[in-house]
Design a protein around this ligand. Structure first.
Ligand code: PMP
Length: 436
């Protein structure tokens, strides 16, 4: 059984009511609206504790950032030491050179680096660079891929199934400037037979092409064999800047991210989440011939909090652990995730096979897509999303916390006991769901 720590505060329900009086929607990110009645008070390793004192095995992990589990001691100690001396000098620190050096050693596409705070903003810099470098304006993105919530890119992550391409891309938020999307085209992903003819017609208009190299924001879809290589060749043929958004896959699929795993090197790479092990940091890294446009000041990039002492020291401490050859972190993450994914798939089989389990390294997704697996954004939308929500709600009652999209992140802190507890809980939930 999971522990219960005595509770001395208001209930979650009372807090939710109080929150909604002062915070818009009771939350500070719209992605949290579904869990607006949950309040978390502490996290340690694979566990997170709510204000009622209930402990959960956590696979939401700060949406993937807590790759070393919650409150990793080495990271906290390094941040505490650093922040005693300086927090935000708005000038250079030695630690940011060290971080730049680490990133250029580890990430194949990284010849030069810029540090920021969030994935959303670093995506914007990537788009600006692609346009400046090519003198073109069109950006290609893919259906079901998420690259942040800003006007110029927030499109094609929801809505009706897409078969051809959308241009201009439709806005997804009220108040979003349609003009900001006029130079964005949305295409289905993982299909060169759609991309090739599109580029044959529009290739010389395209400045940049951005994608998640593994589509973690839609059911953890792996690239088909040869797809990323084909994309790389097409971008070279048409002079398009290829941008991998590795905000989720960076430092999660390995020290070199998805580009290392699939051996396809983009021109620019956006990093975030796992890089900070729970602290707010993101980076844009890339080829010198593009990044030099920021270096020479012709492309503007700014930010008061960029490379603040807490963030860069957290990243340095995290990378020390993640890339320590003695610790075999990625082999461990891989085997824990495989144990979990195999167990979930086995349970699905025992309970009628309606739950699909998709898995690339330490990112897993469960969805209810019977009879087949989820192969693209269309099959994802055709899956039983209500059943998915019910499954996740009941799992949370069993004290297993998964993201609201059914994505399970595994950390180095998750062990055999966590997996056993999780599989027992999942079995009970599937049993009851089956008869619901
Ligand atoms: N890109 C991807 C692939 C993401 O998953 C996210 C966030 N989930 C972002 C960009 C945006 O990052 P942030 O929330 O740090 O702005």
């Amino acid at each position: 059984m999971l522990d219960s720590i005595p509770n001395s505060v208001e209930s979650s329900e009372a807090l939710a009511a109080r929150a909604s009086r002062v915070l818009a929607g009771g939350v500070n990110s719209n992605f949290r609206i579904a869990g607006a009645d949950r309040f978390w008070r502490s996290g340690s390793g694979s566990r997170i504790v709510d204000v009622n004192g209930c402990e959960y095995v956590d696979y939401a992990l700060g949406m993937g950032t807590a790759i070393l589990g919650h409150s990793p001691r080495a990271v906290l100690e390094r941040v505490a030491d650093a922040q005693r001396d300086i927090q935000c000098p708005a000038g250079q620190q030695i630690a940011e050179i060290q971080l730049g050096e680490r990133l250029t050693e580890l990430v194949p596409s990284a010849e030069l680096v810029r540090i920021g705070c969030t994935g959303s903003e670093m995506v914007q810099l990537a788009l600006r660079l692609a346009r400046a470098a090519t003198g073109r304006s069109l950006i290609v993105k893919f259906q079901g891929h998420y690259h942040g919530w800003f006007d110029s890119i927030y499109s094609g992550t929801a809505g009706a199934p897409l078969t051809g391409h959308l241009r201009p891309a439709p806005p997804q938020s009220a108040g979003q400037l349609q003009g900001a999307l006029s130079d964005l085209a949305v295409l289905p992903w993982n299909d060169l037979s759609i991309l090739e003819p599109f580029l044959a017609t529009h290739g010389d208009e395209v400045a940049g092409m951005i994608m998640e190299p593994v589509c973690c924001n839609t059911s953890v879809l792996a690239p088909r064999e040869g797809y990323l290589e084909g994309v790389r060749l097409l971008c070279d043929r048409y002079g398009i800047v290829l941008i991998f958004d590795e905000v989720i896959t960076g430092f999660r699929l390995g020290p070199a991210g998805a580009q290392g795993r699939f051996k396809v090197t983009p021109d620019l790479t956006v990093l975030g989440k796992a890089l900070g092990a729970g602290f707010p940091i993101a980076a844009l890294v890339g080829r010198e011939r593009f990044m030099r446009l920021v270096a020479d000041g012709s492309v503007m990039h700014g930010g008061t909090y960029n490379a603040n002492a807490m963030a860069i020291n957290a990243a340095l401490a995290a990378l020390d652990i993640l890339c320590d050859p003695e610790q075999h972190v990625y082999a461990q993450l891989e085997s824990t995730a495989t144990l979990l994914a195999d167990g979930l798939a086995q349970l699905s089989k025992q309970h009628g096979g309606t739950m699909s389990v998709q898995h690339v390294g330490p990112v897993i997704n469960t969805a209810f897509s019977a009879p087949g697996p989820i192969t693209d954004y269309r099959t994802y939308h055709a899956s039983d999303l209500d059943r998915q929500q019910e499954f996740l709600r009941r799992l949370e009652e069993e004290r297993v916390r998964v993201t609201s999209r059914g994505t399970w992140f595994v950390s180095t802190a998750h062990g055999r006991t966590d997996i056993e507890l999780t599989l027992e809980a999942t079995g009970r939930v599937l049993e009851r769901l089956g008869s619901a």
